[in-house]
Design a protein around this ligand. Sequence first.
Ligand SMILES: Nc1ncnc2c1ncn2[C@@H]1O[C@H](COP(=O)(O)OP(=O)(O)OP(=O)(O)O)[C@@H](O)[C@H]1O
Ligand SMILES: [Mg+2]
Length: 241
Amino acid sequence: MDKRNMLMQIRGLTVNYGAINALNDVFIDIEKGEIISVIGANGAGKSTFLKTITGIVKARAGSIELEGKNIHGLRPDRIVRLGVTMVPEGRRVFPDLSVKENLELGGYTLRNGALKKELFDLVLSTFPRLQERLKQHAGTLSGGEQQMLAMGRALMGNPKLLLLDEPSMGLSPIITREIFTLIRLINRERGISIILVEQNAHMALEHSRRTYVLENGRIVMEGKSGEIKGTKSIIDAYLGV
Ligand SMILES: Nc1ncnc2c1ncn2[C@@H]1O[C@H](COP(=O)(O)OP(=O)(O)OP(=O)(O)O)[C@@H](O)[C@H]1O
Ligand SMILES: [Mg+2]
């Protein structure tokens, strides 16, 4: 792989919670502009993986490089400023704040007012449903709208890399499809790289270029999503009818 195109390289990541080993010797890399997915069952370590990248959880061993510089060990707010933003599982919008206020909080790290305005306009054109609801309390939005708001808030920080933890969780198939179309749009129009973590293997394989399969904290398979989709063990374990 061409080093200049590399955005993030994760090597030998191992995370323990007390006696529980949540990640074991995980190697993952992502190129600039790429969408990759990490699929796995409940408890496989998917959220732990994203929380470790964002600095919320500390690894026991391993390294995380962003454009060749180690970011492991930096504080979470430093990592956000370097352009790595997570949309957590369950979205976590601020329910008592309006949609507009939630979005403004996403841009708090930016000093450049013109850029803030540009990003705000971008978010509203990407998610027109939010435009209609700017004054509405975020807690009264539907699940799909909250997911859009959480993604919009992340975009307001002008990220290079967006980490999405189960964006389809709790959403109907139609809204899930809409959300994934928007994920593709963000990637294509802004060139933002995306790590997509999902239990919904169908959607993750459909919408990513490469996929890693996580089982009990270990990567057990990786490759082009189209090829993984056709692998018998994957069909049996994750895509069964
Ligand atoms: N703060 C914590 N303290 C102790 N154990 C934890 C903690 N967070 C996660 N774990 C454990 O680590 C393992 C991986 O959890 P993680 O949340 O990363 O899984 P996941 O793949 O995101 O699962 P899900 O699909 O249910 O969200 C699980 O066994 C979980 O119980
Ligand atoms: Mg999780």
